[in-house]
Write a protein that binds this ligand. Structure first.
Ligand SMILES: Nc1ncnc2c1ncn2[C@@H]1O[C@H](COP(=O)(O)OP(=O)(O)OP(=O)(O)O)[C@@H](O)[C@H]1O
Ligand SMILES: [Mg+2]
Length: 258
């Protein structure tokens, strides 16, 4: 720092793109000093990325006000890849999780993140070019495909860009047997989905249950329908996967016989 703040000892932990430094201040009053000096610190460290240093609330701060955490972005050549094989492990080894649990990736410290897609039925993936939107979308799809066979999962894939989802064309989970690309086919697929939703709503109402999970317990509901990844925006995905058979993820991880 600048000498005045006299930051004491610190520990650090590497995530895929940042390192989190846990800093122990000599004096609690230096907290604001550190907060105000983050840009300066970034300059001192020669940070070239647009992302600056972020001050995080450290979990130890509740007990000890002199503790803080700093997320310092690292240079590109030190970024860690998150291999598809890890996604495979999370998805295939998970137990006692809702049927539509998905893993978009890891958090800034590299810990896997998951959530129940049923609790987020409209999910918008946004970000700057090259920030990982397509990779995130593939991770969501593979989370589902690696856990569920076509009897329990139907996908409606709509891909106006025609390149992003083409590699899923051979999967048996596709409702309508194809990735929809043209406007006419897409509208038909969406009308079909509305019919399916109305059909299921009726089934659930007749069974006196509020959602598909409860409906399954009572033996109603045929399959889990999932609508609808629609990639938009500029450029094709950076991922390069085999086309057609759809048995292998771009990462090299194998898709199991479902
Ligand atoms: N989870 C990840 N682990 C490692 N590398 C990643 C990860 N996510 C993205 N990347 C890297 O970032 C690159 C760009 O990611 P991606 O193509 O998903 O970005 P995008 O946001 O879809 O870009 P565009 O806006 O151009 O479509 C990938 O080719 C990959 O090298
Ligand atoms: Mg993309």
């Amino acid at each position: 720092m600048d000498g005045q703040s006299n930051v004491g000892k610190s520990q650090y932990r590497d995530g895929p793109r940042i390192s989190r430094y846990r800093v122990y201040l000599d004096d609690v009053n230096h907290y604001d000093l550190v907060k105000r000096g983050l840009d300066k610190l970034g300059l001192h460290l020669g940070l070239l990325t647009r992302q600056g240093i972020l001050l995080q609330e450290d979990e130890g701060r509740e007990r000890e006000a002199r503790v803080l955490a700093l997320d310092v972005p690292r240079p590109r050549d030190s970024w860690q890849t998150v291999p598809g094989a890890r996604l495979w492990e999370w998805a295939t080894q998970a137990t006692d999780l809702p049927i539509l649990t998905v893993w978009p990736g890891v958090d800034v410290l590299g810990e896997p993140v998951h959530f129940d897609l049923a609790a987020a039925p409209h999910f918008l993936v946004g970000g700057t070019t090259g920030s990982g939107k397509s990779v995130c979308l593939h991770a969501l799809l593979l989370s589902l495909l690696w856990r569920l066979g076509p009897k329990n999962l139907q996908l409606v894939l709509i891909d106006p860009k025609r390149v992003e989802l083409a590699k899923y064309a051979g999967f048996p989970h596709l409702r309508g047997g194809q990735v929809f690309e043209g406007l006419g086919d897409t509208l038909e697929a969406l009308a079909d989905l509305i019919d399916e939703m109305e059909h299921r709503t009726l089934q659930l109402r007749q069974a006196g249950v509020a959602n598909l999970a409860e409906g399954h317990k009572q033996g109603c509901g045929r399959a889990v329908g999932l609508a609808v990844p629609v990639p938009r925006g500029r450029g094709a995905s950076g991922s390069t996967g085999p086309k057609g058979a759809g048995r292998q993820h771009p990462s090299g991880a194998r898709y199991p016989a479902a």
